[in-house]
Design a protein. Sequence first.
Length: 538
Amino acid sequence: MKHTILLSCITGLLLVLILPCYGQKQYETVITNLPNEKWWGGMVGLGSRMPFEGNLKLFDLSRENMNNQNVPFMLSSSGRYIWSDQAFSFKVDSNIITLYSEYEISEPVKAGKTLKEAYMTAMKKHFPPSGILPDPRFFSMPQYNTWIELMYNQNQEDILKYADNILKHDFPVGVFMVDDNWQKYYGNFKFKPDRFPNPRRMIDKLHAQGFKIMLWVCPFVSPDSPEFRELQSKGFLIKSKQTNRPAIIPWWNGYSASYDMSNPGAVEHLKKELRKVQSEYGVDGFKFDAGDISHYTNPDFEFYDKNATSTEMCEYWAKLGLSFPFNEYRAGWKMGGEALVQRLGDKNCSWEALRLLIPDILSAGLLGYAYTCPDMIGGGQYASFYGVDQTKLDQELIVRSCQVHALMPMMQFSVAPWRILNEENLAICRKYAKLHVSMGGYILGLAEHSAKTGEPIVRHMEYAFPHQGFINCKDQFMLGEKYMVAPMVYPGSKRQVRLPKGTWKDDLGKRHKGPKTIEVNVPLDRLPYFEKVSGNNL
């Protein structure tokens, strides 16, 4: 070990002299793998590439987050982990992982012999659970988001119609999210009066129907608005070093100023504004979007906290949500174990995208984000639906997407299933929305367990059954210790299911003794899942 450290130090010294010419980091760590060792970590958005093998281009945690959460943490199937308090870059070349850091040499820590031991040891030391949950209804009821149906045409009439259709088609009520463009402009928290003639009455009606209401918000502020001028005068906006005036930041909806979330005064001001929204309209919480790391990387930016980094600015935005039990995030930095709802980034409506859901949510769990929602059912990427003949959408794909969500911590509808599905397939989605509700007590119990112990809700098969050949399993997962779930992620009606050791009872009541691989018939109305049974007798 001493020789390894000495060699790494020498390598780091050389890198100080050589690598700046190439834009690399100062310190280099080459991970020498143990026999059969595989690694996870860094970016939730790379879940489908985990465990890492082959080749992977250089990713910089301080500059990109792939539409999801980053954590400066890697862990292995052999019980080792790497943690850094600061961002690093990493790449994979012929199965060898190399880390680059401006701050330190990152040597692997030996925590045990398994993926679970690596996770539990690192979690307890670096991101222990807070003991607090987001609102329990996230876990026990479905969610509905107006994005795909209304996109930028959020309006009172269609929102009420969406909610009425949830009830009309006998879907369970739950959390209801009004997405972007309900407000007059960014930084303003009043409903558009031309689209929302009486927003308080709208929300009161939604509450009476049993929904909890969340509104989309972001840290951005439209330039040259009254809010912009007020925030500028108070020093609550990110500044440009060159001009000493508010910086104008490009993002997916144009060019805006931004709250400087490193400024405690700005944070309290924004909290106060959001509390006003809750008081005036009766809103229960907020979808906190657009806090991506890439928005804060410009070297010209001057933050209130002179030492703040791009990742810490993302983290400051996430901390705001801790004041609101109804919250949702898509971008994040660290904050594992905190009472924040995370959602996987918007994905296309495609089979390829569907196959990302399981490995991505598994990576989220291994990085400390237990309270995660697997995108929106059918996909949250609006380009998959905008200008598309809705009658030509793949109904099998939509149903299978709904089934993947059903036994995960949360499920979220956006595209209206009653609009795009025939009656038979709509009934299947209704069935699995109700399955999620019927399993809500169990899922909530897992969330409460996670809040105390830090364990993931959705668990990798290798985490649950170490060294039984599940390292590369990306289409099965454990929901707690009790249920193994094996959804269909390819078109068709058959699939192979790998059973670990023990006795398992499937969703049809049949018992199977593992370890073995079985072929399962999966008609469109079936989601295969297996309950772990005590004892070994069939």
